[in-house]
Ligand binder design. Structure first.
Ligand code: ZN
Length: 135
């Protein structure tokens, strides 16, 4: 079963409020909510568009994975997330096809969404996230 749809596109920024002046105010996307995520040390703005979402992510510490990414590469596209029906099947298919996973095993978010990342060297340079959304 191929992926179902684009769930979200994540963009790393220095400052979520500054980024909202474009994405919300100038472009006109609605701001669904803001999340202060302690476990990953990031602020996230969720802006729905169609069936998907733009996520603006800004680190609030110096030592998180996202903070290191921002320091090294600067602001920009961080990852694309595709929704799949069955994440184990998707991981097995990618691995069998020669793709390299960052997370060989899916992890689970607090809302029940299961996720795993595919290494950018397998995708043409873009970090790819897979989501299996809890029905
Ligand atoms: Zn994501």
């Amino acid at each position: 079963m191929p992926p179902l749809k684009i769930n979200h596109v994540a963009i790393v920024v220095e400052d979520v409020n500054a980024a909202l002046s474009f994405w919300r105010d100038a472009l006109g996307l609605p701001l669904h909510h803001l999340e202060h995520n302690e476990s990953e040390a990031v602020d996230i703005a969720f802006l729905p568009v169609g069936e998907g979402e733009i996520e603006l992510i800004a680190p609030f510490t110096e030592d998180s994975g996202v903070a290191k990414y921002l320091a090294k590469k600067g602001a920009g596209l961080h990852h694309i997330c595709l929704e799949v029906e069955n994440i184990e099947e998707a991981i097995a298919r990618i691995t069998a096809g020669g793709g390299e996973m960052i997370n060989a095993e899916a992890r689970t978010r607090s809302d029940g969404t299961r996720y795993a990342f595919v290494h950018p060297k397998s995708t043409g340079g873009v970090l790819l996230e897979l989501y299996e959304v809890k029905p």
